[in-house]
Design a protein around this ligand. Structure first.
Ligand code: COA
Length: 408
């Protein structure tokens, strides 16, 4: 197996919390050397939680695998000098500080470009840097609210935000893709560049399917259909209860909205209701007719599901070519060995110095020529010696002085 596709590239990582850290973690999983810059003593904001102050958060473990941590006080002149040396030695800088923070530090794109003309300088913010909200801070829910998603999610009278940080992790992933593209262009044309992404803008793109119902029915506010099909009137399309009827005992069943699809007829065979097939039962003849008569459609499904748990129901339905998904929780995934196999490796068990063995999600894509290696998130300042001495050439005496001054 080869080394990671990004091996040989160095990333200066000035990210925090989820959005930016997800971006640099992807680059690290793909083999880049990621130097995570953290505040001396405290570390990155996402390391800390009120629940367990002395211990790295699980979120930090999940979003900072395969990185090296160095401590630098960017606000001390000596710290800034080290950062500038690292800009020279790096291929990429990634940051997601609040608007204006990098500029205040003197680390604008122009300043970094003057030091290293081929640098790829990547910034992630809540809002577009040329728009009217450019100075506003943002966490994930701000972006999902301002980027269409929440207006399309929930009950007709109640918008509901998503339970996972889709704007954070999604924007970080898109930024990683963009950085790799900029590196490819640099290989070809020899140019560095600035890459900016706003979480609101990413969410607008991610919500793109909402423009279909918007133009089709012109309804304002958007259709909000709970667990139904947001694009148009279709049934079956819902999350149905199964045995033993606990909090997460559900399966989602969705038959294609294409009227020529055989999925509904397949479902009728499985649930023992051939009388409801499209050609036989006018009320069930098209996805739209089934939506109009959805009580009849849903009751037939619910009757059948009374006898099955979500895993069995999913197996039976999918094997009969009916799209169905069990509602799987973190607990379901963490305790299922299928996610840990060598070929799959989407869940990994890492050994953390403070937390011991922890099972967390890894990297989804698979490569035929590369095996993604998983390393635990770094200890605060764990790579100080390696980076400051071996890469930048500082002596022990100089490092002691810098430490004394609180610069590292
Ligand atoms: C997420 C966010 C709202 C957090 O706001 P915050 O807690 O006030 O943190 P900020 O990033 O604004 O500020 C961090 C400060 O730490 C400083 N800092 C960061 N790393 C440092 C270091 N190594 N040494 C010294 N200071 C450091 C910054 O310079 C900044 O100082 P300033 O406020 O004087 O400019 C804000 O960072 C933001 O809007 N980021 C962009 C959008 C984003 O990524 N949001 C999702 C995060 S998951």
């Amino acid at each position: 197996m080869s080394k990671g596709p990004l091996s040989g590239y160095r990333v200066l990582d000035m990210t925090q919390f989820e959005s930016g850290t997800v971006c640099t973690e992807i680059l690290a999983w793909l083999g880049a050397e990621v130097l995570k810059v953290e505040r001396p003593g405290k570390g990155e904001l996402g390391r800390y939680s009120q629940a367990n102050p002395g211990v790295d958060t699980v979120g930090f473990l999940i979003m900072n695998m395969n990185k090296k941590s160095i401590t630098i006080n960017a606000k001390a002149p000596e710290g800034l000098e080290i950062l500038k040396k690292l800009v020279k030695e790096s291929d990429v800088i990634v940051e997601n500080m609040g608007p204006g923070s990098m500029d205040k530090l003197g680390l604008t794109y122009e300043a970094c470009k003057a030091i290293n003309p081929k640098i790829i300088y990547a910034s992630l913010k809540g809002f577009d840097q040329a728009g009217p909200y450019k100075d506003y801070p943002a966490f994930d829910p701000i972006a999902t609210h301002t980027g269409v998603m929440v207006s399309a999610t929930g009950l007709p009278e109640q918008p509901i935000k998503c339970g996972i940080s889709v704007a954070d992790s999604g924007t970080g992933t898109m930024l990683a893709l963009s950085i790799i593209s900029a590196l490819l262009q640099r290989e070809r044309e020899g140019i560095g560049q600035r890459v900016d992404i706003a979480m609101q803008d990413f969410m607008i793109c991610l919500s793109r399917s909402q423009w279909e119902p918007y133009y089709n029915n012109g309804k304002v506010p958007n259709r909000r259909v709970a667990n139904g099909m947001p694009l148009e009137d279709v049934a079956p399309s819902d999350t149905y209860p199964c045995k033993p009827f606990g909090l997460n005992d559900y399966v989602h069943i969705y038959c294609s909205r294409h009227p020529g699809s055989k999925q509904w007829d397949n479902l009728c065979d499985v649930i023992g209701r051939p009388d409801l097939k499209q050609d036989v039962c006018p009320e069930m003849s098209t996805p739209r007719e089934r939506f109009k008569n959805r009580e009849m459609c849903d009751n037939a499904i619910k009757d059948w599901l009374k006898n099955y748990d979500k895993f069995t129901a999913m197996d039976i339905l999918c094997k009969a070519d009916i799209p169905a998904g069990a509602l799987l929780s973190v607990d379901d995934i963490t305790n299922d060995p299928q996610y840990y196999t060598k070929d799959r490796n989407i869940m990994v068990e890492i050994e953390h110095p403070q937390r011991g063995k922890v099972k967390i999600p890894g990297f989804a894509p698979k490569f035929s020529e590369v095996e993604v290696e998983y390393k635990c998130s770094p200890e605060l300042g764990g790579a100080n010696e390696e980076v400051f001495k071996d890469l930048l050439g500082y002596t022990d005496a100089q490092l002691a002085e810098l430490k004394e001054k609180g610069a590292i």
